[in-house]
Design a protein around this ligand. Structure first.
Ligand code: IMP
Length: 190
């Protein structure tokens, strides 16, 4: 493992995301400073627009380079629902009612997506997208992680994200994917 020599600030109110990001970026020698809250979350149908707006706002507010992440769960047979509205659905329904909604589906294939946006003051923001393909289990299982982790099984695995260690989830997750793309760019360009 490389020694940490570079820093980047991550604006998020989600401690789980922050811990996941810290671990992924440490593998590239990048240290994370956590800033509270990602700021304004605009309503949009795509995660990247949401992350780009918030990153621009955060770098103006904190006067430094920042990353912001927006993520969501997209169910194939529901044309991507709940997607950018995942947080709302999770908060209003909870996992049990969410699973009840899916009982009539023929396919439980789903994709987790993550958009990480990086913005430095007075510079146009960039975005790095990550994906994790998988399926929604028939019941919640596991205690690690957050949100939909207990019901999401990444492709090729019988375990949910909530049954995996942080390292295992990071290797397979949408967030691990987008953050690794960001880290490679950051080390070459900043
Ligand atoms: P946001 O990026 O904070 O808007 O997150 C959207 C919602 O998607 C979260 O509140 C979670 O319910 C869900 N979500 C996003 N990423 C993950 C993940 O890695 N595991 C489980 N749920 C997630």
């Amino acid at each position: 493992m490389q020694r940490s020599s570079r820093f980047v600030a991550f604006a998020t109110s989600n401690e789980h995301k922050s811990r996941e990001a810290e671990r992924v970026l440490s593998e590239f020698g990048i240290s994370l400073e956590r800033l509270p809250g990602k700021g304004t979350e605009i309503q949009a149908d795509d995660l990247s627009s949401i992350a780009l707006f918030a990153a621009k706002e955060a770098s103006r507010r904190y006067l430094k380079p920042v990353i912001v992440e927006d993520a969501g769960l997209f169910i194939d047979e529901l044309n991507g629902f709940p997607g950018p509205y995942s947080s709302y659905i999770y908060r209003t329904l909870g996992l049990e009612k969410f699973l009840q909604l899916l009982t009539s589906l023929r396919s439980r294939s789903a994709v987790f997506r993550s958009s990480v946006s990086y913005c430095a003051p007075n510079v146009e923001p960039l975005v790095f997208e990550g994906v994790s393909k998988g399926s929604i289990g028939s019941r919640a299982s596991g205690t690690y992680g957050f949100g939909f982790d207990p019901v999401f099984k990444p492709e090729g695995y019988e375990s949910t994200f909530a049954e995996m260690t942080l390292e295992q989830k990071n290797r397979l997750s949408h967030r691990g994917d987008s953050l690794r793309k960001f880290a490679r760019w950051f080390l070459q360009n900043e």
